[in-house]
Design a protein around this ligand. Sequence first.
Ligand code: NAD
Ligand code: UD1
Length: 349
Amino acid sequence: MTILVTGGAGFIGSHTCVELLNAGYEIIVLDNFSNSSPKSLERVKELTNKNFKIYNLDILEKFNVEKVFEENDITAVIHFAGLKAVGESVEIPIHYYYNNITGTLNLIDIMRKYKIFKIVFSSSATVYGMPKQVPISENSPLSAMNPYGRTKLMIEEILNDVYTSNNNWSIALLRYFNPIGAHESGRIGENPNGIPNNLMPFITQVAIGKLNELKVFGNDYSTSDGTGVRDYIHVVDLAKGHLKALEKVINFNGVEAYNLGTGQGYSVLEMIDAFEKVSGRKVPYSIASRRPGDIGECFADPTKAEKELGWKAEKGIKEMCIDSWKWQSQNPNGFLDKESIVDYANALA
Ligand code: NAD
Ligand code: UD1
């Protein structure tokens, strides 16, 4: 069975590719490497000892994306390709709408043409906007707070309409909470461009000495210690959730949203403490004002995914911190390390 993975070179995509290959699926990766390195896919091959086709392609190039479907016998698609930086989406909304929404429209139109009706889509907990209560279940009210979030919400709505138009479709909308961690080998992980926006890569870069200190965005939320609470989930658990969702879309028709989170929230200070314990490094921090648009507390009610997909996150905060640190300390410059550049040059030769 061949699965097309769009955005498969990225953080969550590369970990999902490893799990797919280990489970015996054939995969094809389509990525334009706008926010990733081909090196991650070389390492996926190394970790699994399996080969697969890679299309260096922009999902906006509809004509060329169609060729991928012509050339291969694809059973289902896992669609990660998209831009994800909230701040950037406020600055360049047209680019975000174009990339995420037009890209998805291209993809599903081609899927319709080739009668491939099975798709797992990367949505986000951001579709819950400012949640009125936690834990957040899938039927909580939806809203968007920025262009990035709006692209996720709009795509969910588009996919709902597509199912209404043709009940042969089989669609899983996976609402991720806060993915962190890395593959336990330390060979693949999150590789942000420039200064990280998200908490865990910021912490690991402070710990390795690339950044001086962490700014804790607000300590006056109504949480246990006043700092923001999130549902951090190990990226390998998240990747495994995609395999369960894939089984679901392969075997049933319909459109369903699932929260992929642990159900457990941790504050920023708790995260710093957990990280310091496993790494033995200090993470200097100071309290700053709240980040505009931030919410105080956000964690999932993950029971639907457990009941309907048979999936549950297994890794705890300690493993998340250990694996994030292993990735960061073994690859201080992500895939740009000297060894990586040599490997990449070899891969291209
Ligand atoms: P990522 O940036 O590491 O991966 C996305 C991949 O898509 C990258 O490899 C990028 O090069 C590729 N891509 C982007 N635009 C493309 C295009 N036009 N054509 C082809 N490839 C393109 O991000 P990630 O963290 O792995 O996230 C994967 C998906 O999950 C994204 O859709 C993101 O919005 C969503 N998501 C991520 C998080 C998170 O915290 N990481 C949370 C919720 C949802
Ligand atoms: C961010 C995105 C959200 C996206 C999610 C997962 C914003 C405004 N929101 O949310 O759309 O779905 O990532 O990718 O960017 N923090 C600090 N200092 C930092 C960084 C973060 O104190 O330097 C705090 C935040 O205030 C928050 C927590 O750490 O309380 C987690 O932040 P982050 O990793 O950015 O995730 P989200 O806020 O959930």
